[in-house]
Ligand binder design. Sequence first.
Ligand code: FES
Ligand SMILES: [Fe+2]
Length: 316
Amino acid sequence: MFKGFANVWTPLVLASKLGRAPMRVILAGEPVVLFRGRDGAIGALIDRCPHRGIALSLGRVCEDGHLECAFHGWRFDTLGANMFVPLNPDARRDRLGATALPARQVGDMIWVHTSPGAEAPHEPIAPDGLTAPGLMRTYIEREWACHWTRAMENMLDSPHLPFVHRRTIGRPLIRRMTPTSRMEVTWMDTPNGGRAQAGLDGDGSSAFLEFFRPNMMALNIPIPGRHLRIHALVIPAGAGRTRLIVAGSRDFARLPLLNLWFSWLNGKIADEDKAVVESSGPQETPPAVAEHSVATDRATLQFRKYYYDTLRDSHA
Ligand code: FES
Ligand SMILES: [Fe+2]
C-alpha cells in the first residue's frame, strides 16, 4: 500500500472542499475516502468496504457522523471502527472495521499520513506560510499527466526559470544573463528538508526556496518587511498522475479582490511548466547516474537522493 510514498504526512485537499458528502481522492495509487464525523473530526479511510470491497465513497454520512456503506449499510466512524452491521445483531463488529489513515486539518488543508492505523509517529510539519495567522492565502489546483517526482524536481529547479518562465518570474534573470553567466546553486540541509538559493554571477539573490519532505516547496520572494511566498504541494495521485496545489501567502495587498490576480499569476506560472514536465522520460525521476547533471542541478539531485534513499522502496 502507498508503494513509493508510504509513512509520510501529505497535504491532500482543501478543507473547504469537503462538505456533507464523502469525498474520494486517489493518493499514490490508493483510493481514500474523506468525511467529517459529527464532532468535526476528519475521517480518512481506504475507500474499500471490508465487507465486499465496494467504494465507501458511494455511501453517505449519517446523522451520527458515521459513514454508511451503500451496499449493505455497514457503518464506520472516523477511526474506521465498525459501528453497525444491519440485520446481523450477533456480528463481531470489532473484527469488521475499515482501514483508517491518520488525518488532520492543518491550516486550510486536510492532511493524511500514508500508513494505516489510528496513530502517526509524529504530527504533520507544514511550511509556516500555510499556517501562520494573519496572512492572505490563495490556492489553485492542477492535474498533470506525470509522475510526481518529475513535478517535484521542477519545483526545486532554478535554472529553468529564464527559459520556461521567460514571460513571468524568469524575466528578471533574462535581463541580467550573458553568454558567460554562471548560476551558483547552494543547498543547506534543514531539519525538514533543505534550503536552496540560486545566485547569478556572484550576485547572491536573497530569494530562496525550501524543500519540505516529502513533497512541498516554499519559495520565499524577498520584499523588505513583507511576507510573499509561493508554495507547491505535489501530490501523487493515480499512476502517472499528479495533483498540484499552488498556495500563495502574503501579508500585504489585502484586498480580497486581489486574490484573483495572485491566483491567476500562480496558475499561469504552473501552466508554463506543464508541457515540459509531462514530456519527461522516463516518467519517474531516474537515479542520478542515469541522466547527465551539472552544477546548477544541486537542489534537484538532493531531492533525488532523498527519494531513492528513503521513499522509493517504502510501502505501508
Ligand atoms: S459491501 Fe459494504 S456493507 Fe457490504
Ligand atoms: Fe517552473
